[in-house]
Structure formats: C-alpha cells, structure tokens
Design a protein around this ligand. Structure first.
Ligand SMILES: [Zn+2]
Length: 116
C-alpha cells in the first residue's frame, strides 16, 4: 500500500473516531446530570449499566485512536509497515485490512497472549 494512501486512511479513521468519541462523551449521563429530580432506583440501575456500556465503548474507541495516532507517527518516522516488535515488514494484506496494525501476525498473537 502506498504510504500516502495509508496516511489518508489513517487520518479518516482518526476523524471518525474523534466524532464517535465526541458523541459518546455527550451521551454520558454525567455530562447532563444536575436536573435535580428524584430517580426511581430501578431507573438509576439501568442508567448505571448504560453508562458502563458507554464507558466500555469509549475506552475501546480511545484505544483504537491511540493505535491510529501511533501509526501516523510511524509514517512520520518512516518506520510505518514494520513490526514494532521484530522489525520485519508487515504483510501488505494485513496493512490493507488494518492500516493501524503495528505488529506482524505472529508478534500480534504473542502480544495478545501476554495481555491475557
Ligand atoms: Zn513481528
């Protein structure tokens, strides 16, 4: 994949994530609280789980955004397309599917196992 194409795709991903994060943050109950009316405990319970879900989605969107920003930084450093662990070139097909991929398939699977 051309580096200019990769950069463009990554910038689009970053912009999409920025929009999603802004929307999700707007949906957090904390942002609109202060209405001051008493709440039914059952309602409060369902709002809590809603907030938890939003928080989980936000966390994953922020994580993806970090990955996209890191990939853009690697383009600037001219290290884009190299595995950050072993330094080998990441296969074209993998970058095409995941322009923000920072590891080759085998390092990524080792990394994922370490996280568990
Ligand atoms: Zn690797």
């Amino acid at each position: 994949m051309e580096i200019t194409v990769a950069r463009k795709r990554l910038e689009e991903m970053r912009d999409d994530l920025d929009r999603s994060i802004a929307v999700l943050q707007g949906e957090q109950p904390g942002a609109t609280s202060g209405a001051g009316y008493p709440q039914d405990p059952a309602d409060a319970g369902s709002q809590l789980s809603e907030a938890d879900r939003t928080e989980a989605v936000l966390k994953s969107a922020r994580g993806q955004r970090d990955g996209v920003l890191a990939a853009l930084a690697r383009i600037e450093d001219s290290t884009y397309g190299q595995c950050v662990d072993c330094g080998q070139e990441i296969p074209e097909g993998r970058l095409d599917a995941r322009p923000d991929a920072s590891r080759c398939v085998s390092c990524q699977s080792k990394y994922a196992k370490r996280l568990r």
